[in-house]
Design a binder for this molecule. Structure first.
Ligand code: BGC
Length: 520
């Protein structure tokens, strides 16, 4: 390593966790690469002062999102190939006064008691795969039983038509139910909890109008329509004895699944492929729900949809690579925060940087960049595999660069790649604490557990970085013995979480409380 030690907090933080003995065999980087590395380091560094500034702006945005009042019918709904009477009235949008955090009410009213029981079908649509489960809940003291099946969603469906998507889902459910020989009791239907990990505006717990596709999805005929309604129709067309009891976001599922077992849970957070969080708010603080006359102290989970934070580009320190990723995405100008912090975009930033340097003949000179030129060719794990490569002289990284990008790296290129992975991952982790710290400050939460997806929570280096940054933003004392807010690995949100939320909803209905339920 030839990087000159600096004295900023950022460097102290990085140095304190450096466990780079396995990099010892490398010589110094060539001057040109070292210069590039320095520039990148500077562009991607988010120091404590900047973190605090972002977090403060975040807190204001959270408040604005809750107080937004004007929801309006939009003039002309986009055509849906199979929209019918049951979702034709569903096209509406926001008339935002300012700010762009949706802060969607979820109609999940309060924490689970831990006594939720029963058997539930769950369906998870959120990334590359469809997951269907049959979940058996006993109670908090017993491990839920999850019988699951994964269905690969054909890549081209993600830019296809609504009809294709919903039929695929309904057919997969039919296969699952038939395979497991699942049948409802006489006169009843199987209850389904549907995890839909895109921004859906929920008027009810069993309803949700897709505001915009994210994470590169672009299926026509769904935005502006009730996704629960569209799936319900597809299920009916198949003649399946199933009804959607609850629609939820993956962050809500993660938070409730974790709280089912761990009452110290305060937030559910997801960082890859998309980024978002959910927390519990009092209805009295959700002024956009004032018309519903809900008790002020009634808790309701809020799906922040904070990937959309700073779409106006007021505080986030964007680099040229962030700008390029945004411009090349199906929805430029949207999900600004997500595009700088979520796992799927981190890999893409890495690809863009390496491609930029290849174009300038600074790395992989004379080698073909055919693979390197393919957008999103790298999956999320690639970044973590590189960062967690402790093999002698980064032999694993060398192998991965060869197998995934068909590039043969020399020592300097290996070391350079390793450093830029760290730089990108560090920025992503540090940024992700801005949303969490903003929620904690807004709610005056001093301690508790943030249930995060395994992408971050199961990686010790990332977790340590996250705790460090959160401490910086929230001014935790340097000499603290324990971190008051810690990240835990979220329980199975789209399986157990969806089942618990379904159980809570059915119990509410059985108790005669129809608050936030459409299909009564
Ligand atoms: C979606 C959120 C989701 C997050 C994590 C974002 O792109 O808008 O609804 O929670 O990804 O999956």
């Amino acid at each position: 390593m030839t990087l000159t030690p600096k004295t900023t907090d950022e460097d102290k933080r990085r140095d304190s966790k450096r466990d780079d003995a396995h990099l010892d065999g490398f010589g110094p980087l060539p001057v040109a690469l070292e210069t590039e590395l320095r520039k990148l380091e500077q562009a991607f560094t988010v120091d404590t002062a900047k973190l605090k500034e972002i977090s403060l702006h975040f807190e204001n945005e959270l408040r604005k999102g809750l107080s937004r009042v004007s929801r309006c019918l939009l003039p002309s709904p986009p055509s849906s190939p199979h929209s019918d009477e049951s979702d034709s009235e569903d096209y509406f949008g926001f008339q935002t006064e300012e700010g762009n955090l949706p802060m969607n009410p979820t109609w999940v009213l309060g924490w689970p008691s831990g006594r939720e029981t029963g058997e539930y079908l769950t369906l998870d649509l959120g990334g590359t795969k469809l997951r269907i489960c049959w979940v058996t809940l006993s109670d908090r003291n017993n491990e839920p039983i999850v019988d699951q099946e994964i269905y690969q969603i054909p890549e081209h469906y993600k830019a296809g038509e609504a009809e294709q998507l919903w039929s695929f889902l309904a057919n997969s459910i039919a296969d699952f139910v038939q395979d497991r020989e699942l049948e409802p009791d006489e006169g009843t239907v199987l209850p389904l909890g549907f995890t839909f990990s895109y921004p859906a505006v929920q008027e009810y717990i069993d309803h949700g109008v897709l505001h915009t596709w994210t994470k590169g999805w672009d299926i026509k005929g769904v935005e502006g329509h009730d996704v629960a309604g569209q799936l319900r129709q597809a299920i009916r067309r198949k003649g399946l004895p199933i009804d959607i009891v609850a629609l939820m976001n993956d962050t809500t599922g993660a938070m409730i699944a974790s709280a089912y077992h761990d009452p110290e849970t305060i937030i559910g957070a997801i960082t890859g492929p998309g980024c978002n969080a959910c927390y519990m708010e009092n209805c009295g603080s959700i002024s956009k729900l004032d018309g519903h006359s809900l008790p002020a102290n009634l808790p309701m989970a809020i799906n922040c949809e904070y990937g959309a934070f700073d779409n106006e580009h007021l505080v986030l320190p964007r680099t040229e690579y962030d700008v390029a990723i945004d411009e090349e995405s199906p929805r430029p100008g949207e999900q600004a925060f997500e595009k700088m912090s979520a796992g799927m975009y981190c890999s893409e930033i890495f690809r863009q940087i390496v491609l930029d340097l290849w174009t300038r003949k600074l790395v992989f000179k004379g080698q073909s960049a055919t693979k390197l030129k393919v957008p999103y060719v790298l999956d999320i794990d690639f970044m973590f595999d590189l960062e967690e490569d402790f093999s002698h002289k980064l032999s694993k990284t060398r192998m991965l660069l060869r197998s995934v990008l068909q590039l043969d790296a020399n020592d300097a290129e290996l070391l350079f790649c390793r450093h830029i992975v760290e730089i990108i991952n560090t920025r992503s982790t540090r940024l992700s604490t801005c949303g969490v710290s903003a929620i904690c400050r807004k709610k005056d939460i001093k301690s508790g557990h943030v249930a995060a997806d395994a992408v971050m929570a199961s990686r010790p280096r990332l977790k340590a970085r996250w705790a460090q940054a959160l401490g910086e933003v929230l001014d935790w004392p340097q000499d603290r013995e324990h971190d008051p807010i810690i990240m835990t690995v979220a329980r199975d949100g789209s399986g157990v979480g969806a089942a618990v939320i379904s159980a809570m909803t059915l119990q509410r209905i059985a108790d005669g409380d129809l608050t936030g339920v459409k299909q009564k």
